[in-house]
Design a protein around this ligand. Structure first.
Ligand code: 3H9
Length: 646
């Protein structure tokens, strides 16, 4: 049984017990539907309390059922039945009431909440809109102004705000069930459903402003505006018509590729931090982290640990470099305070948890040391030779290298079972991706520690075995080769940028190169040439040799006005690369996209076949969280797989 019924005097307490999040799957709905009938007919019962077992009320409809046609009783049916119950129903909310969970509570006649409970309608994150009355009942209960941000802009309401807005009738400070039963015992009748409350049209200016705000926050997704549209439909035509329109939109959006992609990512992101093979492995406790190198990467990594509450020691070779690193770190915390993400006091507290040291000796008491020094094998080897001597034998030692083979870095490290690659992406305190790269000798405890740290930092960890560039940069290299081939064959680079922007990337690959600087790629190419590898001269080499290294030099592929990052077409760049640009017919926009996404997926398949990545999903997570692949498309592996099956 997923619903239990307890009697507290004349009050029936129904507990939904469907771990992990009490999702309203078909059997839960069916049992509840039946219980409304049973309790309505029971003369001993005067009121009903609906609660969730465990740490929350209800996390929503069961997303796992969305690939199937809806089964009866549907959630809208159940909610209408509860609304029509003869006995008053009280939702007793603790933890979270989300999506269908909040809609279920909106169908109850009363709502009480534990202090700290959180309520929201996050359906738009899944490419759908609330499908069980949320777009109609919530505005009628709390007003349009407060409801639209919840329905279409991902805003959550805490218990205090919910009380203030009239979403809940009372906050229960003591034990919730007892408080809810006492509340319910005093009720003698139901209340008219939320949908019967009047809602007047605030006029065109209100809708225009709401539309502009929702579109801006939508990040290229279509559901938020559809959700707003459903709200407006109900205002224009009444609640019943609004419910019909909401349901139609919900069912239509559920079958879109966008929603399938977002649901796929929902499950992938939840599974990634907890790999099945590490479930029984106990991670090592990490109470103090050392970061070697106070450059952009090192300070970003230090900030990521501090943001997760872990004290950090930042190490540099010399005092001035250490001062610069600490200043960068301070800058990051206070910038977060200026943007309102944290308070000034919190920024000060985060900085107070950082100490600096010159040299590596000061890191001897650390439980984990992350190296983020210059990308040079000898420099890194020396760092680990010293750390191997200075640190405790059970301290985890990690390299943040993005290209160098970790086996080479740890060549002379005693006890290499404590060694691992932790590849952060810049800026490390912002970017969610963490490539976890075990050395062949890395122990499972150390691997589990890396995943535990990722969870603590709110990162999306993906395990990569060793190959050049690991998963992400190896795929990036493949795209570079492919885009270069397109340019050489006659497709203008600006057309490639435009095609990928329209596909959903925030910027095209050439704009990205201008932003990051062309010189690093150039140096890598030169290094490969020096190693005897065949790297034919490309347009990028010509640009760098002509002094065009990107935005920082005023131009790369594009020109840039001083202090302005907007790319402008450049005659100079065109002239420089002209000798290498072919005269073939340029590809059309969809051909460009097909070719580049196809190349990414092709490289992904090779990475899978070689055992570098554990799953196609991991590859998609790398692309989404490290390289700006649009979430609404799911990732190159998801996309090409769907296309192949279509
Ligand atoms: C909806 O309600 C549509 C309606 O409007 C209309 C219907 C007609 N279903 O996040 P966690 C799994 S759409 C199925 O790590 P936490 C999750 O995959 C829904 N499974 O826990 C994971 O599985 P596993 C609207 C779900 O404690 C496990 O639960 N609601 C669902 O950190 C633990 O998840 C939402 O979008 C679900 N609805 O956070 C809310 N939710 O252990 C989505 C979770 O096998 N959920 N799972 O990896 C959340 O935001 C968080 O899970 C929550 C708990 C805050 C509830």
């Amino acid at each position: 049984m997923t619903i239990t019924l307890d009697r507290h005097g004349s009050v029936a307490v129904l507990t939904i017990d469907n771990p992990p999040v009490n999702a309203l799957k078909t059997s839960v709905r069916a049992q509840l539907y039946q219980l409304v009938e049973v309790l309505d007919a029971d003369p001993e019962i005067s009121a009903v309390v609906l609660r969730g077992a465990g740490k929350l009320f209800v996390g929503g409809a069961d997303i796992g059922e969305f690939d199937r046609p809806p089964e009866t009783p549907t959630l809208p049916d159940l909610i209408l039945r509860v609304e029509a119950a003869v006995k008053p129903w009280v939702a007793a909310i603790h933890g979270h009431a989300l999506g269908g969970g909040l809609e279920m509570a909106l169908g109850c006649h009363y709502r009480v909440a534990a202090l700290g409970a959180v309520m929201g309608l996050p359906e738009v994150n899944l490419g759908i809109i609330p499908g069980a009355g949320g777009t109609q009942r919530l505005p009628r209960l709390i007003g349009l102004e407060a409801a639209i941000p919840v329905i279409a802009e991902r805003v959550m309401l805490d218990s205090d705000r919910a009380l203030q807005l009239g979403l809940v009738d009372r906050i229960i400070e003591g034990p919730l069930t007892e408080g809810a039963v006492a509340f319910a015992a005093r009720l003698s009748q139901t209340r008219p459903p939320a949908g019967t409350r009047p809602l007047s049209d605030p006029g065109p200016a209100f809708w225009e402003a709401a539309s502009a705000r929702v579109a801006k926050a939508a990040k290229g997704q279509s559901a938020p505006l559809a959700a707003l549209h459903a709200v407006r439909h109900g205002v224009d035509h009444g609640c019943e018509a609004g419910l019909r329109q909401e349901r139609e939109t919900f069912l239509a959006l559920k079958t879109t590729q966008e929603s399938a992609a977002l649901r796929y990512l929902f499950f992938a992101e939840r599974a990634a931090p907890r790999p099945a093979d590490l479930r029984d492995v106990t991670p090592r406790p990490i109470a103090l982290v050392g970061v070697v190198g106070g450059g952009t990467m090192g300070s970003g990594i230090a900030a990521a640990f501090r943001n997760a509450g872990v004290p950090v020691i930042l190490s540099e070779r010399e005092a001035p470099a250490l001062e610069r690193g600490l200043a960068t770190l301070r800058g990051l915390f206070y910038a977060a305070a200026r943007r309102g993400h944290i308070s000034e006091a919190e920024a000060a507290a985060r900085m107070a948890g950082v100490t600096g040291c010159v040299g590596l000796e000061g890191l001897s008491s650390c439980d984990l040391v992350v190296e983020a020094v210059f990308e040079d094998l000898n420099v890194k080897r020396k760092v680990f030779a010293d750390l191997g001597r200075l640190c405790r034998a059970d301290a985890v030692l990690a390299t943040n290298t993005s290209y160098i083979d970790p086996r080479q870095i740890a060549l002379n490290l005693p006890a290499p079972e404590r060694f691992i690659g932790l590849h952060f992406f810049s800026p490390a305190h912002v970017m969610k991706l963490l490539e976890v790269v075990p050395h062949p000798a890395t122990s499972s405890e150390v691997l589990a520690t890396a995943f535990q740290l990722a969870r603590q930092m709110g990162k999306v960890p993906v395990r990569s075995d060793i190959c050049e560039g690991f998963i992400g940069n190896r795929m990036l290299k493949r795209t570079r080769v492919e885009t270069e081939a397109l340019v050489r064959a006659g497709t203008p680079f600006a057309a490639i940028d435009a095609a990928l922007r329209r596909f959903g990337f925030a910027m095209g690959p050439f704009e990205m190169q201008d932003m990051a600087g062309l010189d690093i790629a150039y140096m890598n190419r030169e290094a490969a040439r020096a190693r005897g590898e065949s790297v034919p001269e490309g347009p990028l080499d010509l640009l760098v040799r002509a002094g065009r290294k990107g935005i920082k030099t005023g131009g790369g592929w594009y020109d840039y006005a001083q202090g302005d990052r907007t790319p402008q077409p450049s005659e100079a760049a065109a002239a420089i690369i002209a000798p290498l640009v072919g005269a073939g017919a340029p590809l059309a926009e969809d051909q460009i996209v097909d070719r580049l996404i196809g190349a990414l997926a092709d490289e992904g398949r090779a990475i899978l076949a070689e055992g570098i990545a554990s799953s196609a999903t991991d590859i998609d997570l790398v692309q989404i969280h490290g390289y700006g692949f649009p979430r609404t498309k799911g990732g190159p592996m998801f996309l090409t797989d769907r296309k192949a099956k279509a």
